[in-house]
Design a binder for this molecule. Structure first.
Ligand code: NI
Length: 178
């Protein structure tokens, strides 16, 4: 296993639509090495999600691992380490909420992004079988952020008020106490 460099905003792969993965692609050991490398890279970076284009592999693969528990986003449900291939998002309720999002490919910045808070994700799991996951609240935001990476999008594309794109250290120093 190895830790891969995470490419940053400005790298062309982050703006490409990623290619679908077929069940037979999972027969290749290289795919499982790639997943193990992504897990190691995510843990090294201390993030909650990583999409393959962020390590310059433009395929429809993302991993998410949310520890859950109390956080600045409230008391959140965990998502155990999950591998998503070819995810398709369906919005079940268009009502939106906003969160201060960050991204390993946009280091040092935070931006306030509104997204729908109740979604269904249909995807292929690590065994090549169809799977589905219904998510609400912050976790709905997390999957939309990650799967945007597979469509060549970044959270900054969704910021409606550019006064709400900030450096993380200033944001941490000046955000109102909750
Ligand atoms: Ni990201």
């Amino acid at each position: 296993m190895s830790i891969h460099p995470i490419v940053k905003m400005g790298h062309p792969t982050l703006r490409k639509v990623a290619s679908p993965v077929t069940p037979s692609d999972l027969d290749h050991p290289e795919m499982h090495t790639l997943i193990a490398d992504m897990v190691e890279t995510l843990h090294d970076a201390g993030g909650i999600g990583l999409a393959a284009p962020q390590i310059d592999r433009p395929i429809q693969l993302a991993i998410i691992e949310v520890p859950g528990g109390p956080s600045r986003y409230g008391d959140i449900e965990p998502i155990p380490l999950t591998v998503f291939f070819n995810p398709v998002l369906t919005v079940l309720d268009p009502a939106e909420a906003g969160y201060w999002e960050g991204c390993l490919s946009v280091p040092g910045l935070r931006g306030f992004v509104h997204r729908p808070q109740h979604v269904l994700v249909d995807y292929m799991d690590i065994t090549g079988k169809p799977a589905a996951l219904e998510l609400k609240g912050f976790l709905a935001t997390v999957v939309q952020h990650e799967f945007d990476h597979l469509a060549g999008k970044l959270y900054v594309d969704h910021i409606r008020d550019m006064t709400q794109l900030v450096f993380e250290d200033e944001w941490l120093a000046h955000q109102p106490k909750q």
